[in-house]
Design a protein around this ligand. Sequence first.
Ligand SMILES: O=C(O)CCC(=O)C(=O)O
Length: 331
Amino acid sequence: MEMKEDKDARWFELECIPKDYIPLEENRPQNLDSPVCDSIPVIDLAKPNGTVEEILKGSQEFGFFQVINHGIPEKILIDALNVLKEFFYMQGKDAPTGTIPDKKGYIYNRSDFARDGTHLWRENLKHPCHPLEKCTHLWPDTPTRYQEVIAAYLVEIQKLSSRILEMIGEGLGLEQGYFKNTSEVQLLSSNFYPPCVDPSLTLGISPHFDTSLISVVYQGGSTGLQFIKDGEWINVGASPNAFVVNIGNQLEIISNRKLKSVRHRVVTSTHATRLSIATFVNPSLDCIVEPAKVLVNELEPSLYVGSQYKDYVQCTNAFGAYTAAILNAMQ
Ligand SMILES: O=C(O)CCC(=O)C(=O)O
């Protein structure tokens, strides 16, 4: 690996890609010229009618949709992206990575590992967020504005995700407030993907499904997020000010597979940096997740056996190497 001359160069400022960042051939990004998908619904939440149907359509056909005119002040979004950018830039070459559960309740990782053992081309910060008032003091305290800015962001995400889940519930024919006391914005995972000299060789995040009910991603108009449709990788595209929402495994179960949890990944770019803030809206840990009773009948029998969300997370090792630490922090 050849580093640039500059003694302050970061780990990604390389002339060529180290071998341990290159997955096996069959796991590499392949076709990077995938079409930008212009047919995932971009839903205007300020519209008086039709939003529930559009959300359902996006969730059934693609497992993905975007929302605009969501009512979250732009300043809150920009502040959140900026404070995270500052956080990632402050991490020097020697910053400790990994779990620091005794000191702080967050996990920072520089180029962590994919399940196949190769490094991902990203830095990542994760922390629990529920209940907010018990978590904020455990998050990074530098930059000094971090806790305040991210707490303000998460209050808005809580409101937005409740609104979206309520609309999904309505579209599925569930009783009003179905998700109200059983869903939580549990985890924030922020990703910094620096430019990479050869994006065909590396992955920002390998293909995966989310274990959430829904995931709400703010990407500030950047690209790189892709999902699979009919065997092809499709770019989500970048609508500035929009949130990308995708259906996770728990909602696929509750909807008795009427809604789709879809595999997705992040590819890198030669010139652009991607910074994203993913928030996972999950069932409460002790919640039994199973197909909603009103969606099960003789013609459409239950496709899943119910299980407690906590057990699901443990059995599927939902957060990889950090599953135990994250579960611990969330209890
Ligand atoms: O949008 C991103 O950068 C990644 C979102 C994602 O797939 C994840 O955090 O699991």
